[in-house]
Design a protein. Structure first.
Length: 204
């Protein structure tokens, strides 16, 4: 998993409440498509017209938001089923950070296992950031600094966000839960060596 320290890029506003995981990646797609290809069907019903061509009205199809790594969205983003593939699909689109007033709990947890930073900010702040994104033009960049825990808009206004210290550490170091466990291999081996002497029947 890549380390996440800071990014500076255009932010795309998708101000919809209750964007669920089925909207992000439809069930029939995640059951049949390889992980590396999930992004091709991300937001499928919004991104494409009935004939399969790009929907020019969908925010990520607009030239102004080309290369966006930040998505600004509404309340309860990532609600619905627990599919981790929703995060895979967003990662495949190049997104690294989602800013919203709240998230579906399982989606929120899945983000940290896949190098995605979900930022929770007050509803009014999120709406203000979306408005700035819509009106800033010229692909004006937003900046996310995980070490400082700040979101800075193109106009220079900065907003602090909260994140659990352990999750912050894991993103900064590029570690999912398995990665954290692997950093403790020496301790695990040391414990097992002692435990094998004390409880040999466990290992037979």
């Amino acid at each position: 998993m890549d380390k996440f320290k800071s990014i500076s890029c255009v932010a795309a506003p998708l101000m919809r409440a209750n964007v669920d995981t089925d909207l992000i990646i439809p069930m029939q797609r995640y059951l049949l498509v390889d992980r590396k290809d999930m992004h091709e069907f991300a937001f499928e019903t919004l991104r494409f017209l009935e004939d399969g061509s790009d929907n020019p009205e969908f925010v990520l199809n607009k030239p102004a938001y080309e290369g966006a790594q930040i998505l600004i969205s509404g309340n309860n983003f990532g609600c619905g089923s627990s599919r981790e593939s929703a995060v895979w699909a967003l990662n495949g689109l190049g997104l690294k950070c989602i800013i919203a007033p709240s998230f579906g709990n399982i989606f929120y947890n899945n983000c940290f296992q896949n190098g995605m930073l979900p930022i929770v900010l007050d509803q009014k702040i999120v709406e203000k950031l979306a408005e700035i994104s819509e009106n800033s033009g010229n692909n004006a960049p937003f900046s996310i600094d995980l070490e400082a825990q700040t979101v800075t808009a193109p106009n220079g206004e900065a907003y602090s966000f909260e994140i659990e210290p352990q999750r912050r550490h894991q993103l900064l170091e590029g570690l999912d839960d398995i990665g954290v466990t692997l950093t403790k291999v020496a301790e695990i081996k040391s414990f097992r060596k002692v435990d094998e002497k004390n409880r040999p029947w466990i290992y037979n």
